[in-house]
Write a protein that binds this ligand. Structure first.
Ligand code: 3H9
Length: 700
């Protein structure tokens, strides 16, 4: 076979079956057909005793071709291809470099032997796409690892490194490449040695399933369901693995297929595919087309507080030379301790060896001399959220930072245009809005000011990508994309409290919707004082007819600023969030003062109002050009605010539910919220035209 994505190269007695389907060797129809034909070709070639699958490019097969999902099954089916490989009288081996994921790992499990590069990983991440392994993964893996490990692997979708894979019996050999060695040569040598030994292992599908008590399996399934917070695939994946306890291989495979087919067309899987491709679309922007980013090798972070320390660690981890500027020696010491603490946390989670903590922390230079920032290629400001403090800082930076360097402010609510105007070079400024903890959270809003030069924007995107972040383009408005939507919906949650719902009932409704935390618990975690000072700043601009709930101000006046003060919407004296009679009394007083008769609010009402308000504000953000595409809004809400990925984000979900229905809910929210909650013009027009947000995005 000389062409197509699968090509055979015979070396001695072994046929190397090369898979070459860039970028990640996904199992498109052509690859499946190529593998199926290769089985026949290997069987027909009398000189060949065994076959070895190797992949070109950066990785082994990364799974089924996700773009083919939803198009109906195309022959040959992957299950049949794997069955042919496993049933072949000539043994097959898989040589894994990069990642063998999903269907790619399933192909490897159908082989007699698996040899892994020591840096390679395997995994069954299908649950993250709202599905389960559909080509035998749930039936073959437990035959190697046992039920409990297989359930953990398929429900988490985590990647298993070569060393662990060998311990679990997944990898038969692990190869540590010496400089100059080719993985193909080492893998081939391993296969030749196995052939020479003359023993063929029992096919994985024919091996017994290590027994597990049925009650124990039920417990594992229940745990997966609970952790999934409404997402179906983890529970289904766990059940599919547990089927192996009671069904023989063929019946288990059929049951797995039925579960796979049920899920692949489910709205949750569609939403998760949107999230998967959405993440990868974020940096594909017309304004970045052909624009060369500036070279960045050194990054200066101004401010070594929680945010600054997180940014510094993220930058150092990505290979940048990092300097942190602090105001005085005491602040510099605290910054150094914070950075050390972050690396300590890495060591505790086994991300780095314990003895690397000091070295890594020491690699981040901490200075109190602003002049030391003169050679930085990028300066990221992460100081106290005060316009004058920031403007003054940038005035001083302007004098020392070298010409051509990029300067970024990490403000969340202030106007980057005003901050940039403090410098003599606003074209070299942009916003980089990180989310705390900045070394963990992947979301970064990249803010284009009125003057940001295209290559400055391109530089910000390039750096964010190198940091392993998900950069989302946004223009300037109060709160940009995420905080603006959060502030709007938070006000609506406050209306619901005033109208009769308790904060705990709202939190329960939203966690039941799939959020990891309820909004009032989040409010307490991030601190009530941030929005309080914003409200105080903007008090003068407040129109008299705008609905205003005084409860959070009253709590702040009582010193209840959230978790950090031991009390906010909840009381934390016991270490856990507890409903507090003091808060209940404040709420009751405010209702009485406004003449509101409290009425219970159903969880569904809370949920549909929240979705409606978020989608409506998202639509305004789109019509104002603050965000470019609905997917940008969705990715911000998923990655920064805990919107359940399996719902696809508020814009995707609004389309999925139907814009006319959602518009009805927005009108309901408007009736309750008054001015500021009017339906977005964009949504009204789309409903009139019978179009969706996705249609709108496509037509632009
Ligand atoms: C499955 O296997 C089901 C089976 O059990 C049963 C079937 C019956 N298909 O992420 P990157 C694209 S479900 C199509 O930036 P990296 C991606 O969109 C599958 N396209 O690279 C991007 O395109 P573009 C289970 C795919 O180096 C480009 O490749 N497998 C697929 O950072 C580069 O991607 C998974 O869930 C795909 N399967 O990371 C694995 N994968 O350039 C999903 C990627 O146009 N993939 N693309 O934007 C990954 O996790 C990462 O891509 C990987 C590489 C780790 C492999």
């Amino acid at each position: 076979m000389a062409s197509g994505p699968v090509v055979i190269e015979v070396r001695g007695k072994v046929a190397i079956v090369w898979v070459d389907n860039p970028p990640v060797n996904a199992l498109s129809q052509a690859v499946r057909q190529g593998l199926s034909d290769a089985v026949a070709a290997v069987e027909a070639d009398a000189k060949v005793a065994a076959a070895l699958i190797l992949c070109r490019g950066r990785t082994f097969i990364a799974g089924a071709d996700i773009r083919e999902f939803g198009k109906g099954p195309l022959e040959p089916l992957l299950t049949d291809v794997i069955a042919r490989i496993e049933a072949s009288p000539k043994p097959w081996a898989a040589a894994i470099h990069g990642t063998a994921l999903g269907g790619g790992f399933e192909v490897a499990l159908g082989c007699c032997w698996r040899v892994m590069d020591s840096r390679a990983e395997v995994g069954l991440p299908e649950v993250k796409l709202g599905i389960i392994p559909g080509a035998g993964g749930t039936q073959r893996l437990p035959r190697l690892t046992g039920i409990a490990t297989a359930i953990e692997a398929v429900t988490s979708g985590r990647r298993i490194g070569a060393g662990e894979a060998q311990k679990l019996g997944i990898a038969d050999a692990v190869v540590d490449l010496e400089p100059g060695e080719e993985f193909a040569d080492r893998a081939l040598a391993a296969v030749e040695a196995w052939l020479a030994a003359g023993t063929m292992p029992v096919p994985v599908s024919a091996r017994p399933v290590p027994p597990l008590d049925a009650a124990e399996a039920e417990k594992l399934i229940a745990k997966a369901v609970e952790r999934a917070r409404g997402q179906l695939s983890p529970g289904e994946a766990a059940r599919a693995v547990a089927d192996a306890l009671t069904l023989d291989f063929a019946a288990g495979l059929a049951a797995e297929r039925a579960r796979f087919l049920k899920l692949v067309g489910h709205p949750q899987a569609k939403a998760l595919r949107h999230a998967f491709f959405g993440e990868r679309e974020l940096s594909k922007l017309p304004m970045l087309d052909g624009v060369k980013p500036r070279a960045v090798s050194t990054i200066a972070v101004v401010g070594g507080g929680t945010m600054g320390a997180g940014i510094a660690v993220a930058a150092a981890d990505a290979g940048y030379t990092v300097t942190v500027l602090e105001t005085d020696a005491a602040a510099a010491k605290r910054a150094a301790e914070r950075i050390h603490g972050l690396y300590q946390g890495y060591a505790e989670r086994k991300r780095i060896p314990a003895d690397a903590v000091g070295v890594k922390a020491a690699a981040i230079d901490i200075t109190t001399e602003i002049g030391d920032l003169g050679t930085a290629d990028l300066v990221v400001e992460a100081v106290f959220e005060d316009a004058e403090v920031k403007r003054d800082l940038f005035r001083r930076l302007d004098k020392v930072v070298r010409p051509g360097a990029v300067m970024a402010t990490n403000t969340s609510y202030l106007d980057p245009n005003r901050i940039a105007a403090a410098t003599g070079r606003p074209a070299e400024m942009c916003g980089l809005h990180f989310f705390a903890p900045a070394n963990v959270m992947r979301l970064v809003e990249v803010i284009e000011t009125a003057d940001t030069a295209p290559d400055v924007l391109a530089t910000a995107f390039a750096v964010a990508l190198k940091l392993g972040k998900l950069p989302v383009f946004a223009r300037v408005c109060d709160g940009f994309i995420g905080n603006r939507i959060w502030a709007t919906v938070r006000r609506h949650y406050e209306f619901l409290v005033e109208d009769g719902a308790s904060p705990a009932a709202i939190d329960a409704a939203m966690t039941a919707y799939g959020f990891p935390m309820g909004p009032f618990a989040v409010y307490d975690l991030s601190g009530l004082d941030i929005s309080w000072s914003w409200r105080k700043r903007n008090m003068a601009d407040r129109a008299p007819d705008v609905r205003y709930v005084d409860i959070p101000d009253r709590l702040c006046e009582m010193g209840r600023l959230g978790r950090k003060t031991g009390a906010g919407w909840y009381d934390y004296a016991s270490g856990k969030a507890k409903t507090d009679p003091v808060v209940e009394a404040v709420i009751a007083e405010e209702r009485a003062r406004k003449g509101v008769t409290a009425r219970p609010v159903a969880a569904e009402t809370i949920q549909r109002r929240a979705l409606a308000v978020m989608a409506n504000e998202g639509a305004r953000i789109l019509e104002e050009g603050i965000a470019l595409r609905p997917l940008d809004v969705d990715m911000v809400m998923i990655h920064g605010y805990g919107y359940p990925a399996w719902r696809g984000g508020p814009m995707f979900e609004a389309d999925a539910i139907g814009l006319p229905t959602v518009l009805g809910w927005i009108e309901e929210a408007h009736a309750a919220g008054g001015p500021g909650f009017e339906p977005a013009r964009l949504l009204v027009e789309l409903v009139q035209q019978g179009r969706t947000l996705a249609d709108w995005a496509q037509s632009r």
